[in-house]
Design a protein around this ligand. Structure first.
Ligand code: ADP
Ligand code: MG
Length: 449
């Protein structure tokens, strides 16, 4: 930037700082920069969409006013995500974590799994999730622990991760002094193994026992894994006895979670156990309205009601249907009308043959390969087991409308990337390997019969 432009920009920043105050300035304006000014529009680079939207919504007028002082002909400001700024912010975050990571030598960036749009502000509250949301608000608003742990459970795609990450994002945004960590149980387990192998258990324990709010997702992953449960039990106890908050999410109620240490289950139910239900029609419409707004799409209420009426399962499917409709309209270069939405959703439901259940696919596989269900759901990687498992995942992707995560969950709580990997591997092999192709055709005949 030229000297004069630099002065103009620092003038604008200076004015902004005095208007919004130092705290808010540091929070929102520190990582932005001017890109261009032409035809009355000042374009400002931001690190991510979320910050851009926030600035526009909350500080739009203030920014224009500050800009006009320096550039009288400025009529509007526009925000654009700039990769360089995104990287810079990420790096700062990483550096903050590296301080910890160096000391303990293994914990990599936990923030990488956080979705910045999973905010409690974006969470649509309805009868299905009211208590879970209220409990989350209670946790971010109070400094003492009133209930421990908070245990959320419910099916896939009902907002458990959204609430956990929403708590993390809120604490972050408020620059809370409480140290919060969001981690999936799978990652916790992996880190534990890593620490064990590298003789770093002390550091691992030090890290996980010095957290104010531990948000641990998909704890059902620990089912049948007694060693990890033992470690988690100790982590939980030490946090609980220090009055630190633990929030957990799982696919089922603690009592139904499967093979779990009795003592751990007792701890789970000793706090607040809340179930998330699938959203009712009104909430589904409200969710769609919110999502459409986030995507900056104006969609006719009739269309939203139609989608909410057609897709009744979970919020993830609801989001998927909305994206499908939007994509369909954009590909066919037409407006989003009711009849277009119908076409779009019919086209996709035909592609996915919904009537075939994953259980049926599994049965066919078990019979053909002579493996047991327990083996298929285990984490064993022996070829005689992993091969049928991968084929089962491939067929589930092809013949059911389940998401990769749902398929992963079905096969013993695996990572969804395992399913993606299996799907790709089998479909690639199939192209080259005639024997495999013949086998798959035979299996496909059986499952579609
Ligand atoms: P779970 O962890 O229970 O499987 P997620 O939290 O991942 O489900 O939710 C699936 C998707 O649906 C996410 O994109 C999430 O943002 C969205 N979602 C879920 N519940 C709500 C809600 N009440 N309001 C807005 N979005 C929601
Ligand atoms: Mg989840």
């Amino acid at each position: 930037m030229k000297k004069a432009q630099k002065d103009v920009w620092s003038g604008i920043l200076h004015r902004l700082e005095s208007t919004v105050g130092e705290d808010r300035f540091n929070l929102w304006f520190r990582n932005i920069e001017p890109i261009t000014f032409s035809e009355g529009t000042l374009e400002i680079g931001v690190p991510n969409l979320f910050i851009g939207e926030w600035l526009e919504k909350h500080f739009g007028d203030v920014i224009i006013e500050a800009a006009r002082h320096e550039i009288p002909e400025c009529k509007q400001v526009r925000f654009k995500v700039v990769a360089k700024l995104f990287k810079k912010v990420r790096e700062t975050q990483l550096r903050e974590f590296a301080g910890v990571a160096e000391e303990i030598g293994f914990v990599s960036d936990h923030t990488a799994e956080i979705r910045s749009d999973m905010l409690l502000e974006n969470f649509v509250v309805g009868p299905c999730n009211r208590f879970a949301h209220a409990a989350a608000m209670e946790i971010i608003n109070s400094t003492s622990t009133k209930f421990n742990p908070l245990f959320l459970h419910g099916g896939v795609g009902l907002g458990k991760t959204h609430i956990l990450q929403g708590i993390w994002n809120s604490l972050q945004k408020r620059r809370s002094k409480r140290k919060a960590i969001y981690v999936s149980a799978e990652r916790f387990a992996n880190e534990y193994v890593f620490a064990l192998r590298h003789h770093k258990l002390d550091s691992f324990r030090h890290f996980y026992r010095n957290i104010d709010v531990l948000l641990i997702d998909d704890v059902h992953f620990l089912r049948n894994k007694m060693g990890f449960q033992e470690e988690f039990f100790h982590t939980y106890n030490s946090l609980d006895s220090a009055n630190k908050q633990v929030v957990m999410a799982s696919d089922t109620h603690p009592k139904l979670i499967g093979k779990f240490k009795e003592a751990l289950i007792n701890r789970f139910v000793s706090g607040m156990v809340i179930k998330l239900e699938p959203p009712d029609f009104k909430t589904r419409v409200a969710i769609l309205r919110t999502k459409a707004k986030q995507l900056r799409k104006v969609i006719n209420p009739d269309v939203l009601r139609y989608i909410a009426d057609t897709v009744t399962g979970n919020v993830r499917e609801l989001e998927g249907a909305l994206t499908t409709v939007i994509a369909y309209a954009s590909l066919s270069k037409s407006k989003i009308t009711l009849s277009l939405a119908k076409q779009a959703l019919e086209a996709t439901s035909k592609n996915k043959r919904n009537d075939i259940s994953i259980e049926k696919i599994e049965k066919t596989i078990l019979k053909h390969f002579d493996v047991t269900r327990a083996q298929l759901h285990s984490s064993r990687r022996t070829k005689s087991i992993s091969y049928p498992r991968q084929i089962a995942m491939y067929l589930a992707r092809k013949y059911t409308s389940l998401s990769t995560q749902e398929i992963a969950d079905y096969f013993g709580g695996k990572n969804h990337t395992t399913v993606l990997f299996a799907d790709r591997k089998v479909s690639r092999l199939r192209e080259k390997d005639v024997e495999l192709d013949a086998l798959l055709k035979k299996l496909e005949q059986q499952i579609t019969a």
